[in-house]
Design a protein around this ligand. Structure first.
Ligand code: GLU
Length: 547
């Protein structure tokens, strides 16, 4: 068969470069011996999830701890799945978590020498290589229709055979020249398939950067490499791109492990040295007693938008993911509580080989700790950026008074004191936590534990005595002085020695005041809260709480 002629009939572009040219257009990168070139290669579907962030963090750390490059490539070969604005959303979402690309799609960088970074714009490169494979007898046209392929699949399934297009089932593999041209003359649509040289009798031992030695069966499937619209499949495009973008380390989910034999063969027939592959394990969660993969349908926490909307502190999410990525990160972090996670020696080889458990509680705990390290001004900035995007009109109005909120936050966070409080977990919860400092959002549900006469007496007597100039000890002495008036013990020791003799004690007096002022039985220092609220508002709240 005249393969050269066939190739030019099947691939009609007349402006394709000779394939050798591409080696010059995309030369080896000048880089240190250990420098890794990594990439995130999402499809532009608009859905970017925690798994992407987890992978992106591993990519970014691998590149940036070795002096390498991390780039963004958009795998848009499937036009149907494309969503407008998806690329910007990937970049913006990752940026929120402090992950930035050095090069790639929509990245303004002098490094962009390996583009275009959208696969659809690289169609000529792929077609040049497909043409070459056809000329070398390593690829062929397949005219099978969807129905024919389905029928083969059904037959294979009923005969308990491996499904797919291979060996005796690869009907178009051995078409004669005459049959091919007849089909073409009839205008039958076709795809181009790889003419696999492999056999399932052979095993390949492969070294995964995370999973270590993996034995896989050689590929014998004649996979589609070019679809009928002239656009390649993911398998083919990624092999070409990772080679010419000079990727050294491909980090991707373990769901791709089953495609590895195809990828190994594609690199082989294309004459490329494959990059190192690192297959990360899936993020799992506990569902009752069972462990299962995080699911798009069931788990809102899989979506990255969830973290932004709930106002997670981005650095906390990243630090938490670091604890899953490298199990010794937690120990490092305890030793370096104020250290930057970027100073930790991340290594891909230290990643877990099996299911990584995602634990929201632990994330919340890290988030509280990270937020507690902020100054009240920094915390204000963090909460405000959430309010600007997701807050109610009332929140937005409140956050105009930065001085007032910073005072509130200094109290809530225990700033200045010896011990920082860890009450703020997420921006959304933090903003709700300070609602009671504003009259329009102060919606108390009084839950007094004493009779009305007692409550009213405490509120009235304290209102009469209250002087905002009082310091904490004078303030407390006044609270104490009310205790005997309502039959409470003013000293805890007296109360403990003889609890039956009293209706309550001094802390119950404080509780009544606290509920009146904040609506809650627990709060930070009440004297300071009253100070922040000011005399007028404090007295109004004492009055409003009367039964
Ligand atoms: N486009 C593939 C995906 O979105 C990327 C797989 C890879 O990283 O090689 O899952």
């Amino acid at each position: 068969m005249d393969l050269k002629k066939l190739a030019s009939v099947l691939i009609t572009d007349n402006d394709l470069l000779p394939i050798e040219e591409y080696e010059n257009i995309y030369p080896e990168r000048v880089r240190g011996e250990k420098a890794e070139v990594t990439r995130l290669a999402p499809s532009p579907t608009g859905f970017i999830h925690l798994g992407n962030l987890y992978s992106a963090l591993a990519d970014e750390r691998s590149a940036h701890t070795t002096g390498g490059v991390f780039y963004l490539r958009i795998e848009d070969t499937d036009e149907k799945r494309k969503v407008d604005g998806a690329v910007e959303s990937v970049i913006r979402s990752l940026k929120y978590f402090g992950i930035n690309f050095d090069e790639g799609a929509e990245i303004d960088s002098p490094l962009n020498k390996y583009g275009p970074y959208y696969q659809r714009q690289r169609a000529k490169i792929y077609r040049a290589f497909v043409k070459d494979l056809i000329e070398r007898g390593l690829a062929y046209p397949c005219f099978c229709t969807e129905d024919e392929l389905n029928a083969v699949r059904d037959k294979q399934t009923s005969e308990k055979k491996t499904t797919g297009y291979y060996g005796e089932y690869a009907k178009c593999r051995n078409l004669s020249e005459e049959e091919i041209y007849k089909n073409l003359a009839q205008g039958k649509p076709y795809v181009i398939r790889l003419k696999s040289q492999g056999s399932v009798e052979n095993k390949i031992i492969f070294r995964d950067a995370i999973k270590g030695e993996v034995t896989v069966t050689e590929n014998d499937q004649d996979v589609v490499i070019l679809k009928s619209d002239g656009i390649p499949t993911y398998h083919f495009a990624h092999a070409i791109d990772d080679h010419f973008m000079r990727t050294t380390l491909v980090i991707r989910g373990e769901e791709w492990l089953s495609s590895l034999p195809v990828h190994i063969e594609l690199h082989k027939v294309l004459g490329f040295k494959p990059p190192r592959y690192a297959h990360t394990c899936s993020l799992m969660k506990m569902d009752g007693d069972t462990k299962r993969k995080l699911s798009k349908r069931k788990d809102p926490e899989l979506s990255l938008d969830y973290y932004r909307q709930a106002g997670y502190f981005p650095k906390a999410v990243v630090k938490y993911l670091m604890t899953i990525l490298n199990s010794d990160f937690e120990e490092w972090s305890l030793k370096n509580p104020d250290g930057d996670y970027r100073d930790f020696k991340f290594r891909i080889e230290k990643m877990g080989k099996s299911g990584a458990l995602f634990d929201l509680e632990k994330l919340n705990d890290i988030s509280r700790t990270e937020i507690s390290k902020l100054s009240p001004e920094e915390c204000f900035g963090f909460l405000k950026s959430w309010v600007d995007e997701f807050g109610t009109d009332a929140d937005k109005a409140h956050f105009k008074d930065d001085k007032y909120i910073i005072k509130v936050l200094a109290l809530i966070m225990g700033a200045g004191g010896k011990k920082r409080r860890k009450d703020v977990e997420r921006a959304e919860q933090g903003v709700r936590l300070i609602d009671y400092f504003f009259d329009d959002t102060f919606k108390p549900e009084y839950s007094f534990r004493f009779d009305d006469a007692t409550v009213n007496c405490v509120l009235d007597v304290f209102a009469d005595m209250y002087d905002p100039a009082d310091d904490n000890s004078v303030w407390f002495a006044k609270v104490k002085s009310i205790a005997p008036l309502v039959g409470f013990a003013s000293e805890m020791s007296e109360y403990k020695a003889n609890p039956e003799a009293y209706k309550g004690n001094v802390s119950d007096v404080a509780e009544i005041l606290r509920i009146a002022i904040t609506g809650m039985p627990n709060s930070p220092d009440l004297c300071t809260i009253m100070n922040i609220l000011g005399k007028e508002r404090s007295l109004a709240r004492l009055q409003a709480a009367r039964r």
